[in-house]
Design a protein around this ligand. Structure first.
Ligand code: GLN
Length: 490
């Protein structure tokens, strides 16, 4: 019985709960038990006491489950979202013991739709990373092969969904942190249009790039979560929501839609594994079989995305992380005087990658270098946005592999930050342009040099606020791909 419940998608479980066939408690307990057996280090906090779960999970939603889209659905929340009274660390030692006095709007919106918090998921510290090895609380393991990384920074959320430790999850994406771990774990991950979902209560990494989005088993579930998440929020002046909301996806073919394949992020891209390339090409052929039109296009400035991103994101991070001073939140290491207290707290509290970013960002913003680094990176960002605009005059969508590689071995790239940064080659241009993109599992492939078959993601990006259209196209594609958890594409 329990295993049958675990196999339900969120959409199906919500239907059963609404019809009274299944109680929210029974469903929550089944998932709580699964989460309790976490052997992937996916969770940093779990709702382990039922009473507490009830408290956190909004009793009201239970009593008034009717009609709510996510009534009784347990959800895994990346530990970057503030949750009132529940530990929130962004996987940093500097926030150890911190319990926020309020809840992020994204989480509140999910609860308002009836969802309950199942746990807080592990991640790269302050969302800086692509492998989840930068967590202050140990790495997350990939459920397909526990010797490999799940991707990052939303690695805990992706591993929890793929490893059947949660029915669905939310994460954040600044340069690829939802789409890349979704790809490496064989699930769906979506980064919405910048401004679609409120950032209020989401611990800031790079504020002009950060977006919250769903990690789910299928596209229908991603749309369900998006319906609850999106919306304008007076507490976040950059939030707009999505006009007309999110439509439930229903497309069965891709007739009348055009897809551009940017050569810079596909045929000409370096470092794409041969197995990933094969799955990508097979999926492009499938688009044509479904009646979609496919042609090559160009995004001439996209190859500079990584360079621009690794100036802009650290610059914003260095400013955002100035608040962790030992006074206001979490850790304090007492020193001789105030300056020593600041220094010792930050030295002890932050991990190596976070320190690297703060140094990079502070340097890029320093007077005399500001124009040469930050100013120039901003201009590259504008060029990238213009490239997309031009491509969307001709095409409805742009498609690329999500990640250049399948999941790599733990430790394989930890000594080489530049190799690690290249993971984001195909995902970084979209947040720089503020546009939405989804990754759907498209098949399995061996890594270059051999090894087990591992999931490969296919990325579909569209113009700002085309979130519903992207979900719709991804839905048709997902049906045609027929990806199976246990054996790849049919
Ligand atoms: N991997 C990228 C980085 O390390 C992206 C992270 C993210 O999207 N949060 O910054």
């Amino acid at each position: 019985m329990e295993s049958e419940l675990i196999e339900l998608t969120v959409a199906r479980a919500a239907d059963r709960i609404r019809s009274g066939e299944l109680t929210a408690d029974e469903y929550f307990d089944a998932w709580r038990e699964r989460a309790a057996g976490d052997s992937l280090n996916a969770y940093l906090w779990r709702a382990d006491v039922k009473a507490q779960a009830d408290l956190e999970g909004s009793r009201a939603a239970q009593e008034d489950a009717d009609g709510r889209s996510l009534a009784g659905i347990p959800i895994a929340v990346k530990d970057i979202f503030c949750t009132e009274g529940i530990p929130t660390t962004a996987a940093s030692r500097i926030l150890e013991g911190y319990r926020p006095p309020y809840t992020a709007t994204a989480v509140r919106n999910l609860r308002r739709s009836g969802a309950r918090i199942l746990g807080k998921t592990n991640m790269d510290e302050f969302a800086m990373g692509s492998s989840n090895e930068n967590s202050g609380y140990g790495p997350v393991l990939n459920p397909w092969d526990s010797g490999r990384v799940p991707g990052g920074s939303s690695g805990g959320s992706a591993a929890a969904v793929a490893g059947r430790l949660a029915p669905c999850a939310i994460g954040t994406d600044t340069g690829g942190s939802i789409r890349q771990p979704a790809a490496l774990c064989g699930i769906v991950g979506m980064k919405p249009t910048y401004g679609a979902v409120s950032r209020y209560g989401m611990i800031a990494f790079a504020s002009s790039l950060d977006q919250c989005g769903p990690l789910t088993r299928d596209v229908t579930d991603a749309a369900l979560l998006m319906q609850a998440l999106e919306g304008r929020d007076p507490c976040d002046s950059t939030s707009l929501g999505i006009d007309g909301g999110i439509e439930p996806p229903s497309r069965e073919d891709l007739r009348g839609l055009s897809f551009g394949v940017p050569r810079e992020l596909a045929s000409e891209a370096e470092g794409i594994e041969s197995g990933v390339r094969e799955v990508f090409e097979r999926t492009v052929a499938l688009i044509e079989e479904l009646g979609g039109e496919v042609a090559e296009t160009e995004l001439p400035h996209a190859p500079h995305g990584i360079s621009a991103y690794y100036v802009l994101a650290p610059a914003e991070a260095s400013a955002n992380l100035a608040r962790y001073d030992g006074v206001r939140y979490g850790l304090r290491v007492a020193g001789e005087d105030l300056t020593e207290m600041y220094e010792d707290t930050r030295a002890r509290g932050f991990g190596a990658e976070v320190k690297r970013r703060i140094m990079l960002g502070t340097y890029a913003l320093s007077s005399g270098y500001y124009e040469a680094y930050y100013g120039r990176a901003q201009r590259v960002r504008t060029k990238i946005a213009e490239d997309f605009k031009k491509a969307f005059e001709r095409f409805d969508f742009v498609v690329t592999p999500t990640s250049p590689t399948v999941a790599f071995k733990l430790g394989a790239k930890t000594d080489d930050p530049l190799a690690m940064y290249m993971n984001d080659y195909c995902t970084v241009p979209m947040p720089l342009a503020g546009i939405p993109a989804i990754s759907v599992p498209a098949g399995v492939a061996q890594p270059d040099g051999g090894g087990p078959e591992l999931p490969v993601g296919f990325q579909v990006a569209g113009p700002a606020f085309s979130d519903s259209a992207i979900l719709d196209a991804a839905y048709a594609l997902e049906r045609a791909i027929g990806f199976r958890r246990d054996g790849g594409a049919e």
